[in-house]
Design a protein around this ligand. Structure first.
Ligand code: F6P
Length: 365
């Protein structure tokens, strides 16, 4: 006989992302209104689960949050309970403290844990599932780099903001005959750069998946000048690299499970291009966390709501160990075992790159 579910818990892990609040709201509302579950939320991701630090989630507490970026449950991208920094006799050591989390859930009578996060957070979700915890995953990341789903929530908001930034950079580029670079996020995947670049009429798009040659970029800029366009717009993914170069690392966050923070390629490239093209000023704008903050796009609010409702439905159906996902226009699910480590990168020969090339966009290759 399947277990009777009375109480569920939510947590948000990893970097914040537009749509987290909309998922929290949708899971909570569906859980309460349709299935009569009690709902709590652990604060600061897995850290809250370890410290038994939680808040009740009610129809009132999730009211008025659908459009807001960030997460009312707070988040952490440093806390992996399977490899957690603890103080033991005055010494900081890494330990597997996942049993403490399981005990905390038992103590509180939590029957199911809904984990809303990207690859790192969902890896722990899978590991808790392997320990026998009833887990449901919801795929979050502005990078859109999870293979198991066509789209992660947060991505649409990020590309909308990047596209608007490109629109705004166009006016200065045109007025001053400048080369304007926009550096966008995405880690080792070029989705944000590719889609905002097409939508924002970029002349050059630089992706981690297609290493660039600076001479080809300069050729494109010079060719535009010959055709009466003395300015150019370049969008560069933070993970882009030249044919003979390495990614540019902004910082190493030592206590993070994924310590490398990319960033800096835009300014480096602006300097390199300016050395070759003397008659145009080259400027770089780094969009940074603006891509993740503020108001959630309409698409992401709807996708997040669909994911949240689907997560609550999976609980009702007892389909644990799964992550909700979008395939085409259909919400379905995929086992966490298959989701983890399966990343999705831009296909250099894929349709979107081909479309961009056909309308004359250069990839610097
Ligand atoms: O994964 C989301 C993301 O915003 C990446 O695009 C970016 O590289 C990284 O997180 C930035 O991390 P942080 O918020 O820790 O600076």
């Amino acid at each position: 006989m399947s277990q009777e579910i009375k109480k569920i818990a939510l947590l948000t892990g990893g970097g914040d992302c537009p749509g987290l609040n909309a998922v929290i709201r949708a899971v909570t509302r569906t859980a309460i209104l349709q299935y009569g579950y009690e709902v709590i939320g652990y604060k600061f991701g897995y850290r809250g689960l370890y410290n038994n630090d939680f808040v009740p989630l009610t129809l009132e507490s999730v009211s008025g949050i659908e459009h807001k970026g960030g997460t009312i449950l707070y988040s952490s991208n440093k806390d992996n309970l399977f490899d957690y920094l603890v103080n033991e006799d005055g010494k900081m050591v890494k330990k597997d403290v996942s049993d403490v989390a399981v005990e905390n859930m038992k103590k509180e009578g939590v029957d199911v844990l809904v984990v809303i996060g990207g690859d790192g957070t969902l890896t722990s979700a899978r590991d808790f599932s392997r320990k026998g915890v009833n887990v449901i995953g919801v795929p979050k990341t502005i990078d859109n780099d999870l293979a198991a789903t066509d789209v992660t929530f947060g991505f649409n908001t990020a590309i909308s903001i990047a596209t608007e930034a490109l629109d705004r950079l166009h006016t200065t580029a045109e007025s001053h005959h400048r080369v304007m670079l926009l550096e966008v996020m995405g880690r080792n995947a070029g989705w944000i750069a590719l889609e905002s670049g097409i939508a924002g009429s970029a002349d050059v798009i630089l992706l981690p998946e297609i290493p660039y040659d600076i001479n080809k970029i300069v050729e494109k800029i010079e060719d535009r000048k010959k055709h009466g366009k003395p300015f150019s717009i370049i969008v560069v993914a933070e993970g882009a690299k030249s044919k003979d170069g390495e990614v540019v690392v902004a910082k190493i966050v030592e206590d993070s499970p994924d310590p490398i923070r990319l960033g800096g390629i835009g300014n480096k490239l602006a300097g390199d291009i300016e050395k070759i093209i003397k008659e145009n000023e080259v400027r770089c704008t780094v969009l940074g966390h603006l891509q993740r903050g503020g108001t959630t796009s309409t698409f992401d609010r709807i996708l997040s709501t669909r994911y949240g409702v689907a997560a609550a439905d999976l609980i009702k159906e007892g389909k644990f160990g799964n992550m909700v996902c979008l395939k085409g226009d259909v919400i379905s699910c995929e086992t966490l075992e298959n989701v983890i480590g399966a990343n999705k990168n831009v296909n250099p020969d894929g349709e979107l790159v081909t479309v961009a090339r056909k309308i004359g966009i250069s990839f610097g290759d």
